[in-house]
Design a protein around this ligand. Structure first.
Ligand SMILES: [Zn+2]
Length: 305
């Protein structure tokens, strides 16, 4: 089958389309797609997570996402129709490393004491009471922590920002399979549009943030503050992987641009930015103002009496 690459001028995505052509970019709905031959020296992915289901999963995910939106969301969402729906194997990088951290923090340990105090009664006599008082003793702590960070996944596509991929993670990586072109035949795939260095920088950032959350959990005592740490990563590995993602363009009002929804093709977890209804927010603000006015009037009335 002939293979063409559609490169999007708008968001930078580069889709390898097999068979049916699309005229618009599935990521940003821009018509600014140009054909170019596939790059010859592109390394094959090492692993692939396959789609769990057909597009029924994406439609179910859309319905669940719509019903999970806040009361301020535009109610036209309920009648939203899928305008474009594409399953794409998105290039990503699977990263692991050893993280070595030096940290310092102030640890608080609580202890209680019993205090006695007296009160004076109406008749001038006194009564003695006891009460329990909690105190915190602070001590400083420094240390080193070494941990293995695995399964960090970052987007290798400029069309799919890493934050959006993170919002539909996790992927069940126990289902990871060795890449074989037969596994993805019939699906659209995308060429990496982010360099290995860019992916590595994103992955390192995620690994260091993960290490920070681990250190926070590891802190002893009843409380801690001023946690600072410096993390070095060693023994890094990074493998190119393809991940199954549905990208939906959803039309909810004829006069508005379609909404983009991204769905994890393995689990059905969805992310999108729901449009907020200006009317609903306006009514809520008016109700709040009316409530404040009523309170003020009641307060002023109470004083006049
Ligand atoms: Zn695009």
């Amino acid at each position: 089958m002939s293979e063409v690459v559609l490169a999007c001028d708008e968001c930078g995505a580069a889709l390898v389309i097999r068979g049916a052509r699309t005229a618009t970019c599935p990521y940003c709905a821009s018509p600014a797609v140009v054909e170019r031959p596939p790059s010859r020296d592109r390394p094959d992915p090492v692993f692939v997570v396959t789609f769990a289901d057909g597009d029924a999963l994406a439609k179910k995910a859309l319905a669940a996402w719509v019903s999970s939106q806040s009361i301020f969301a535009d109610s036209a969402l309920r009648g939203a129709a899928v305008e474009q729906l594409q399953g794409i194997y998105v290039p990503a990088a699977l990263y692991s490393a050893v993280a070595r951290s030096a940290y310092s923090a102030t640890i608080g340990e609580n202890y209680t004491t019993t205090e006695t105090y007296t009160t004076t009664n109406a008749d001038g006599s006194t009564t003695t009471h006891t009460r329990t008082v909690t105190h915190t003793e602070h001590r400083s702590l420094t240390g080193e922590h070494v941990g293995y960070v695995t399964d960090v996944v970052v987007s290798g596509s400029k069309g799919l920002p890493n934050e959006e991929l993170e919002a539909v993670e996790p992927f069940d990586l126990r289902q990871l399979r060795r890449y074989d072109p037969r596994l993805i035949s019939g699906w659209n795939t995308e060429e990496p549009s982010r360099s290995l260095e860019e992916c590595a920088a994103l992955a390192r950032g995620e690994a260091i943030a993960l290490e920070g959350r681990r250190l926070t959990d590891l802190m002893p005592g009843d409380s801690h503050r001023d946690l600072t740490y410096q993390t070095r990563v060693e023994w890094e590995t990074m493998d190119p992987v393809l991940l199954p993602v549905w990208v939906l363009a959803v039309r909810y009002r004829p006069d508005r641009p379609p909404l983009r929804l991204v769905v994890n093709g393995q689990t059905g977890k969805a992310t999108g930015a729901a449009p907020v209804s200006a009317i609903k927010v306006g009514i809520a603000v008016l109700v709040a103002i009316a409530f404040i006015v009523i309170l003020v009037l009641a307060f002023a009335g109470g004083h006049r009496r």
